[in-house]
Design a protein around this ligand. Structure first.
Ligand SMILES: Cc1ncc(COP(=O)(O)OP(=O)(O)O)c(N)n1
Ligand SMILES: Cc1nc(C(=O)O)sc1CCOP(=O)(O)O
Ligand SMILES: [Mg+2]
Length: 204
């Protein structure tokens, strides 16, 4: 399976409606602390926009809602994975991405036979408090040799300026939140990400 090299992560359908039409091809809807009915409504809106723009939608955490809403890709962390019904996820035909932060999590993730593995935080992140020190680029290269042939997603503190480094060290896709959503001009920054990842998309 191939992932687009630019992996946008946002916390609402409104962001997806705003940024996906610019040419984003891989987006995660990562909503925290909202009512289930609101999250379901946002999944529906996100799904419609992504279908119209040939963008792969990945739903974070809410695997039951993703199944019920006919989505085809979810992302789970290790705590999510511990309580998820993998058989139901497979039965529904969902593809699965998993987070990893250390050796034990990598072993757990590989045993679950995911469709991609994410490693983070590569650099310090301001989005959430993390229990892990930044992993760095050497660790990313090591992870690639361990997860290959699965795609490897780099996440945490990524910026346009850091894109080349993660791809040179084994990432297949670079996931980003705040470099775009907290930029004064999210549309321009999204276009900068699309341009900066072009050569890693096989577009020369
Ligand atoms: C691509 C990607 N990688 C890692 C994460 C983090 O997932 P998780 O550890 O479950 O933490 P939350 O995002 O749920 O806070 C991710 N969402 N996406
Ligand atoms: C949601 C998330 N998960 C991480 C992990 O390491 O698993 S790092 C992270 C935050 C990514 O946001 P930003 O691009 O703003 O740093
Ligand atoms: Mg999670």
């Amino acid at each position: 399976m191939k992932l687009d090299p630019f992996y946008l992560i946002v916390d609402s359908a409104a962001w997806i409606e705003r940024l996906v039409p610019l040419g984003v091809k891989l987006v995660q809807l990562r909503i925290k602390e909202r009512a289930l009915s609101d999250i379901r409504a946002d999944i529906r809106r996100a799904k419609a926009v992504c279908a119209a723009h040939e963008c792969q939608l990945i739903v974070n955490d809410y695997w039951q809602l993703a199944i019920e809403e006919g989505c085809d890709f979810i992302h789970l962390g290790q705590e999510d994975l511990a309580t998820a019904d993998l058989a139901a996820i497979r039965e529904a035909g969902l593809k699965l991405g998993l987070s990893t932060h250390d050796e034990a999590e990598l072993a757990t993730a590989l045993a679950a036979r995911p469709d991609y593995i994410a490693l983070g935080p590569i650099y310090p992140t301001i989005l959430k408090v993390m229990s892990w020190a930044p992993q760095g680029l050497d660790r990313l290269r090591d992870w690639k040799s361990r997860v290959d042939p699965l795609p490897l997603v780099a996440i945490g503190g990524l910026t346009v300026e850091r894109i080349a480094g993660v791809f040179e060290n084994g990432a297949d896709s670079a996931a980003v939140v705040t470099d775009i959503t907290r930029n004064p001009d999210p549309e321009q920054r999204t276009l900068a990400w699309i341009a900066a990842t072009r050569s890693f998309r096989g577009e020369g």
